[in-house]
Design a binder for this molecule. Structure first.
Ligand SMILES: [Cu+2]
Length: 116
C-alpha cells in the first residue's frame, strides 16, 4: 500500500518535471541546409511563441533570408547558427538562400507557417 503510493508519487513528480522542462525556454526548430535544399523545408509554430531557429549546413556556406520577419543570416558549415524569434504575425513566410551556391540555388527555399 505504502509502496504503491510512493511509486505513484515518483511517477507524478517525473511527469511534472518533464512538463516544466518543456515549458522552460524557447522551442528549437532545427533546419539543415545543403545544395540545394533545406531540410525540413516546411516548419510550423504558433503566433507569439518564442522559438529558436537552429540552422546548420552540410556542405558550404548558404544564406537564410526571411524578409517578412526581418531575418537574414549566413549558415556556416561546422557551426550552429541560432536565430531567436517570436513571430508577431500569422501566415506563411518564405525563406530562401541568398548566397549563390550553384546551379540549383534559385530553387532553394522553404516555408515557416505561423499559426494564429
Ligand atoms: Cu544558395
Amino acid at each position: 500500500m505504502h509502496r504503491r503510493a510512493l511509486v505513484a508519487l515518483l511517477l507524478g513528480s517525473a511527469v511534472g518535471g518533464a512538463a516544466r522542462l518543456a515549458a522552460d525556454g524557447p522551442a528549437e526548430i532545427r533546419i539543415s541546409a545543403k545544395k540545394f535544399e533545406y531540410h525540413p523545408n516546411k516548419v510550423a509554430t504558433k503566433l507569439g511563441r518564442p522559438i529558436v531557429l537552429v540552422l546548420t549546413s552540410e556542405d558550404r556556406i548558404h544564406g537564410f533570408k526571411m524578409p517578412d520577419l526581418g531575418i537574414r543570416t549566413d549558415i556556416v558549415p561546422g557551426q550552429e547558427t541560432r536565430v531567436p524569434l517570436t513571430p508577431d504575425k500569422a501566415g506563411s513566410f518564405t525563406f530562401f538562400c541568398d548566397v549563390f551556391c550553384g546551379d540549383g540555388h534559385e530553387d532553394m527555399d522553404g516555408i515557416l507557417v505561423v499559426e494564429a
